[in-house]
Design a protein around this ligand. Structure first.
Ligand code: GLU
Ligand code: ZN
Length: 488
């Protein structure tokens, strides 16, 4: 590869479900590498398996990348010079190449049935031989071929894997070697004429002039087959894309990340109130480090700092707590305006407000006291609903906590003091309640303020109490404390 050649990186998912953490970590590294080098980021949908890849999943994948801010230079919706970027629209291209490989004798028709292959596999296993296609159809006589055809057999197209080995330098793992005795002749086209992954991916990477393939380590073992396809296509060795296989993402328990040991779908994180920039920041740290123990990075910094040299070859472990902490940091870093936009969206979605002018005015006053405190956007409705509810009710759980004489006394005395308070602001409220409950009655803060919190917010979890009382206003606060006393 010549030094000036423009970097072209692709993210090529097969969306058979919602994109998961591992896919997006790959997409992020692809994107960051392209941006860092001033190259192109290509988004290609590998949807040749139309039984498992649906239009819905493809749309969801497109939306997820957009939401995360991983904008692509070529791909669905934006097009590009090497399109189409959906493999299902490129089937003729794969057929053409498969036919070329047949004509060149790099590939051949294989007539073996699934049952025959299975039979022979069992024999190999019994003899302790490496299982895999044995080359039976490599040199069929024309009589044999006629016979198979007469039997109505439909052949697959199989690539010849020559003797020897494939060696390449993985940018992350160093030199990787595959002996071909463990890489049997492989299928390029099914009997129905549909291409297999290895054919489609290799042909597209060549035709789309991809220079770097950064992808999950699970695909490492498919590399020698792809390289074989490049050879058959006549690509010069110096023009092969460079490979960088990213380390696995493990769950908290060190098993491969799955639904069982961590949430895997990015859609889940969105619904749980995570910010796109927090997800990207956190995923960037899964296997890569910006150096100097830096953990909080912006999208711009990810692009500026990303190099493959700083990608670790050992598996990365997914840590939900860390993601949450980063999400909290990103929420605190939001401008007031952006935080308002998110809060509004979440409160409307959970039907706490309908975004009337007066609600927004109150919301604007309330947000500064919670922006510091929430780790996810999903906490906002729960924290603020007491300010907006039409019919206020105390949560059942919390109500049981104030059904006792001491809570009743606290509420009665607080009511008397607050009813007298003229200047209704949080510091005056705090001064009065402290004087009464802590200094006067000698109560611990939790015992003192807990009942008031439950009475006015309906819950043990709320924004800071005195600010909450101020926001709620005097008449409503008084009336809620009165009602609570009646319930005890
Ligand atoms: N389409 C493949 C997958 O989703 C990945 C292709 C590649 O990156 O080589 O597993
Ligand atoms: Zn065969």
């Amino acid at each position: 590869m010549s030094a000036q050649k423009q970097v072209r990186v692709r993210f090529a998912p097969s969306p058979t479900g919602d994109l998961h953490v591992g896919n997006i970590r790959t997409a992020l590294f692809d994107w960051a590498y392209a941006r860092h080098t001033g190259g192109k980021f290509i988004f290609r949908i590998e949807d040749t398996d139309r039984e498992r890849v649906t239009d819905e999943y493809i749309q969801a994948a497109i939306q997820t990348l957009k939401w995360l801010g991983l904008n692509w230079d070529e791909g669905p919706e934006v097009g590009g010079p090497f399109g189409p970027y959906l493999q299902s629209q490129r089937l003729d291209i794969y057929t053409e190449w498969a036919n070329k490989f047949l004509a060149q004798k790099d590939a051949y028709h294989c007539y073996c049935s699934a049952e025959e292959l299975e039979e022979r596999r069992k024999v190999q296993m019994a003899k302790n031989q490496a299982p895999g296609y044995d080359g039976k159809c490599r040199d069929l006589s024309s009589t044999q071929i006629e016979q198979y055809k007469a039997q109505g057999r439909k052949p697959v197209v199989r690539m010849k894997m020559p003797a020897g080995e494939t060696v390449f330098t993985d940018l992350i793992r160093g030199e990787v070697k595959f002996e071909h005795k463990y890489v049997p002749d492989f299928v390029l086209m099914r009997a129905d004429g549909s291409p297999l992954y290895t054919l489609a991916v290799a042909v597209d990477d060549v035709l789309m002039k991809v220079t770097h393939i950064l992808r999950g380590e699970d695909l490492l073992s498919s590399t020698p087959r792809q390289i074989r396809v490049y050879q058959a296509m006549g690509v010069a060795t110096s023009d092969y894309p460079a490979f960088a296989h990213l380390p696995f993402v493990m769950g908290q328990d060190n098993a491969k990340l799955s639904k069982r040991n961590g949430e895997v779908s990015i859609a889940w994180y969105k619904d749980a109130g995570y910010l796109p920039e927090a997800i990207c920041n956190y995923l960037a740290l899964l296997g890569w480090s910006p150096g100097d123990d830096v953990e909080n990075v912006t999208m711009q910094q990810i692009c500026d700092l990303f190099t493959v040299e700083r990608v670790n070859s050992s598996p990365a472990r997914f840590d939900m707590k860390k993601l949450q902490a980063i999400n909290g940091d990103k929420i605190r870093a939001l401008s007031q305006e952006n935080f308002l936009t998110y809060a509004k969206e979440w409160l409307v979605k959970s039907k706490v407000i309908s975004a009337t002018e007066s609600e927004i005015a109150l919301l604007k006053r309330a947000l500064p006291i919670i922006q510091e405190r929430v780790a996810t956007l999903a906490e906002i409705p729960q924290l603020l609903k007491f300010l907006f509810v039409k019919t206020f009710e105390i949560e059942t759980e919390s109500l049981t906590q104030i059904k006792n004489d001491s809570a009743k006394e606290v509420l009665q005395k607080s009511l008397a003091v607050l009813a007298q308070l003229e200047n209704w602001n949080h510091s005056a409220i705090e001064t009065e309640l402290r004087k009464l409950l802590i200094e006067g009655m000698g109560l611990k803060p939790r015992v003192a303020f807990g009942p008031v919190r439950i009475a006015v917010t309906g819950s043990t979890i709320s924004p800071p109490l005195f600010e909450s009382l101020e926001l709620l206003g005097k008449p409503e606060s008084i009336s809620r404390i009165e009602s609570a006393i009646k319930l005890i």
